[in-house]
Ligand binder design. Structure first.
Ligand SMILES: Cc1cc2nc3c(=O)[nH]c(=O)nc-3n(C[C@H](O)[C@H](O)[C@H](O)COP(=O)(O)O)c2cc1C
Length: 421
């Protein structure tokens, strides 16, 4: 009688949790936030090239993703999460139905490292659809949404929250989210009400409080208020978080993350390299265009117009012809048109740099005054370079979006400024 040997069992993939998972994706420190229509593949590739070590997709609508193939194809295709060019990647969903969330998450679990639940979106559309921060009152539902992913996905579930005005309530909320199975907690230090003109500053002290109260094993990402490279260290020190996440700062200057992290060892100003930290628009647009050319997905095409408007926000008031060209972009715009805009900007900046006066003005100035309560510093950057983004505080945008000369006047002239390079 011959014995049939059973085939060897496939080794079971171990699902890592919390800190072990975080370490397995390289202990990222500099993270590109989930951004609707803005953290798509082409932008993630550019950000990764410039130092980001973890990216999130834009928020995907779980119900649409699970039920509509057209939406799915438009938002996430075979190149998203590709092993060599788009990892580590976390795919974010908004949802209010656990089964549909699981169905949607199952469709991406082989193309990403984790799935994130959005509990932070404060927009009216989220209010109408009851998702994002408008689930904040329904802890039972939140628990179910997280728990079903924790129990049934082969990859971890992570969660991004906004804070409550009350610390204790925020802590209880965070504990509930973690007990449901969240393996990483991203804390955006703003409340649901802080949006639009009321955006204001993110509160890093509440993130620090959570860090102190939660077990050290809990991995926490701090989100909010990053303008410059050195803010990364300030934020890590002020919060004790494992990593920082940036949205607006990254969109206006994707080189925000370009330098290696020197945690607790802030680089002296004179070591800053202007070309690396505040890239010229001609260089940045060329890099972005070359990536766009090889990233055919619809999401990248749709996002390009907003990216160009953001990147060139200080440039366009001076070169209004470029603004008109960007304004013409639509979903059917051919790649050749993007190239034309890129070449146009390249020509303008090269012409500017051929002029001695402009070359002399091609410097970044540091103001001696702190910008705001967060301690962020103000720098003037020539308009042909990537800019920091300033949020409205009490309905006012401080300094942001203005040209360097106007900024110098506002800060009281050169004597109040210290040349960086
Ligand atoms: C254009 C844009 C789109 C955003 N979309 C999302 C999103 O899809 N999911 C999410 O959780 N947060 C989203 N946010 C919020 C950011 O992820 C982040 O929490 C917030 O902007 C605060 O970070 P910042 O101060 O670095 O901008 C978005 C922000 C911006 C500016």
């Amino acid at each position: 009688m011959s014995m049939i040997t059973p085939p060897p069992e496939e080794p079971k993939k171990v699902k890592l949790g919390g800190r072990a998972f975080y370490e397995s994706i390289g202990s990222p420190k500099k993270i590109v936030a989930p951004m609707v229509d803005q953290s798509e593949l082409a932008w993630r590739k550019l950000s990764r090239r410039l130092g980001a070590d973890l990216c999130y997709t834009p928020m995907l609508h779980a119900k649409l993703f699970a039920t509509q193939e057209k939406y799915r194809r438009q938002m996430f295709d075979a190149l998203d999460g590709e092993a060599t060019s788009d990892r580590p990647l976390i795919v974010q969903f908004c949802a209010n139905d656990p089964d549909l969330l699981l169905e949607a998450a199952k469709l991406v679990e082989d193309q990403c490292d984790a799935v994130d639940l959005n509990l932070g979106c404060p927009q009216n559309i989220a209010k109408r659809g009851k998702y994002g921060s408008f689930l904040q009152e329904d802890w039972e539902l939140i628990y179910k949404l997280i728990n079903i992913l924790d129990k049934n996905l082969s990859i971890p579930v992570t969660v991004k929250i906004r804070v409550f005005p009350d610390r204790e309530k925020t802590l209880a909320y965070a504990k509930m989210v973690l007990s449901a199975g969240a393996q990483i907690l991203t804390v955006h230090g703003r409340t649901r009400e802080m949006k639009g003109q009321q955006t204001g500053l993110a509160d890093w002290s509440i993130i620090k409080y959570l860090r102190e109260q939660l077990p050290s094993e809990t991995v926490i990402f701090a989100n909010g208020n990053l303008l410059y490279q050195e803010d990364i260290n300030r934020c890590l020190e002020a919060t004790g978080a494992d990593a920082v996440m940036s949205a607006e700062g990254n969109l206006f200057n994707p080189a925000l993350f370009v330098k290696p992290i020197t945690y607790r060892n802030i680089l002296p100003a004179d070591q800053e390299d202007m070309d690396i930290m505040f890239p010229r628009m001609d260089h940045l647009l060329r890099d972005y265009f070359e990536i766009l050319k090889t990233t055919p997905g619809e999401a990248s095409q749709i996002a390009a117009k907003s990216h160009l408007f953001r990147l060139l926000r200080s440039f366009l008031p001076v070169h209004t012809d470029v603004r008109s060209e960007i304004a013409q972009i639509n979903r059917n715009t051919k790649i050749e048109e993007f190239e034309k805009i890129t070449v146009h900007v390249e020509t303008i900046v090269k012409t500017l740099m051929a002029d001695d006066t402009n070359r002399e003005n091609d410097v970044v100035f540091r103001s001696s005054q702190a910008l705001d309560a967060s301690g962020a510093e103000y720098k003037t950057v020539p308009y042909w370079r990537a800019q920091p983004y300033f949020r409205p505080v009490n309905g006012q945008i401080l300094f942001g979006g203005k040209r360097p000369l106007a900024d110098k006047e506002e800060t009281g002239g050169k004597e109040k400024e210290q040349k960086v390079q």
